[in-house]
Ligand binder design. Structure first.
Ligand code: PLP
Length: 423
């Protein structure tokens, strides 16, 4: 069904090969027209954490559809939204007690940034109106988000003229398991940046532990903890973008837990609904929320996406979280992690002349090549082995659905390592 009516994301429409025609999905498999089945190593941009066609998630949507598909949240409330807000407060780090819904990760981040700026205005610090972000960050594709993505590699340099200018600190370089001393240089660089710009910074934003779309850059919990301390010292809010890391990807339910810190604001999306519907949540602490309380209507938070708190999305999110808890997904993720480590963290892969680095964290693994050219043909190679991989830049990676079996995961890692070997 080649069609140029449908404009594809991140695609040169003149030269891209015909997209695969998907007719269904079951478990970790995507089903194509013609009967081919592909094991999805990416769980559809990291969101389909339960795989496809999960009976409990499908039926949650069907049952909610019989009752109420949508209603505005302006001046109204409903059980699915209230229950999901309460559940998110229960499962996220202590202190995040208030939940604002929106419809995608990017919008969730826009909400977080607006909240941070208005928070500073309301407490009489209007000059603190910029963000501090990290190099290699990715926070979404809307204008506000583009402005806090890595300004050189973040895909958006074309739009520099449109975007407000923010501050950037160097990307952390110490690995996940670095000793505290090995993280000192990263922390010192963050401190130096804050010293220079804190007087005009509302918030520091980061993808804790795993900068995902910016190149699967993993860092240490010591860095995340130090960021919390520096934000307090310099009177800057800390925003965690857990759109990719949330819901188990790093091995704990939220990446913040590895460092045992609570950010002031935290954004969730991708895995929130198990990928079954687009939705996002921006959580805030009492300190942030209470600053908006006033007799003055002008202090209200002026944001309200049409589809915020959509009942179908909230119901399927609640079901997703219930399955996650009842079926010990953190246990499944630990098992997947063991397979990834065994199959990828070895000399054969790591010492290969084409490979720069291999990293594994939770249910995420990346092989970083020295040169993006080495990845031309990797996707076709994987498809011949029944695996859907979608490398980008210099990175061949997997973020499988958590219901992927160990044998299925070995099929994914075999597609990756056999590509390395023929390089
Ligand atoms: C995907 C992603 C976003 C953007 O989410 P969308 O739903 O695509 O708008 C933001 N932040 C991070 C860390 C992401 O991985």
């Amino acid at each position: 069904m080649p069609s140029n009516t449908l404009w594809h994301p991140y695609a040169q429409m003149q030269t891209q090969p015909a997209p695969l025609e998907v007719v269904g999905g079951q478990g970790p498999f995507i089903e194509l027209a013609g009967g081919e089945r592909l094991l999805d190593a990416t769980c559809s941009w990291w969101c389909m954490i339960h795989g496809y066609g999960h009976p409990r998630l499908v039926s949650a949507i069907q049952q909610q559809a019989d009752t109420l598909c949508h209603v505005m949240l302006g001046g109204m409330s409903h059980a699915p939204a209230v229950e999901l807000a309460e559940t998110l407060v229960r499962i996220t780090p202590p202190g995040l007690d208030h939940v604002f819904f929106s419809d995608s990760g990017s919008v969730g981040m826009e909400v977080a940034m607006k909240m941070a700026v208005q928070y500073q205005v309301l407490r009489g610090r209007p000059q603190k109106h910029r963000m501090l972000s990290l190099m290699r960050a990715y926070h979404g594709d809307t204008s506000g988000c583009m402005a806090v993505c890595d300004p050189e590699e973040g895909m958006h340099s074309l739009f520099a003229g449109l975007l407000p200018r923010h501050h950037f600190a160097p990307a952390p370089t110490a690995p996940f398991d670095a000793s505290p001393q090995d993280v000192d240089a990263d922390i010192a660089a963050l401190r130096t940046t804050l010293e220079a710009c804190h007087h005009e910074v509302a918030a520091l934003l980061m993808e804790p532990l795993l900068q995902a779309a910016g190149g699967l850059n993993m860092t240490s919990p010591h860095y995340v903890r130090a960021a919390r301390e520096l934000c307090d010292e310099f009177d800057v809010l800390l925003i965690f973008d857990e759109v990719a890391t949330g819901f188990g990807r790093t091995g704990k339910l939220f990446a913040a837990e590895h460092a045992e810190v609570t950010p002031d604001i935290m954004v969730l999306s991708k895995g929130l609904t198990g990928g079954y519907l687009g939705h996002a949540a921006t959580l805030a602490t009492g300190r942030v929320y209470n600053t908006f309380l006033s007799d003055d209507d002008g202090h209200a938070f002026m944001h309200g996406p049409t589809f915020m708190g959509n009942p179908l999305a909230c119901r399927v999110a609640l079901e997703s979280i219930a399955v996650f808890e009842e079926e010990d997904y953190l246990g499944k993720i630990a098992e997947l992690n063991a397979v990834l480590r065994e199959e990828l963290l070895n000399e054969r892969v790591a010492r290969h002349p084409a490979v720069n680095d291999v990293r594994v964290l939770g249910a995420c693994a990346a092989i970083e090549f020295k040169d993006a050219v080495s990845l031309a043909g990797a996707q076709t190679h994987a498809r011949r082995q029944g695996v859907w991989l979608r490398p980008f830049g210099r990175w061949l990676y997997t973020m499988p659905a958590y219901i992927t079996t160990q044998d299925e995961l070995r099929q994914i890692t075999a597609a990756m390592t056999s590509w390395v070997e023929q390089c």
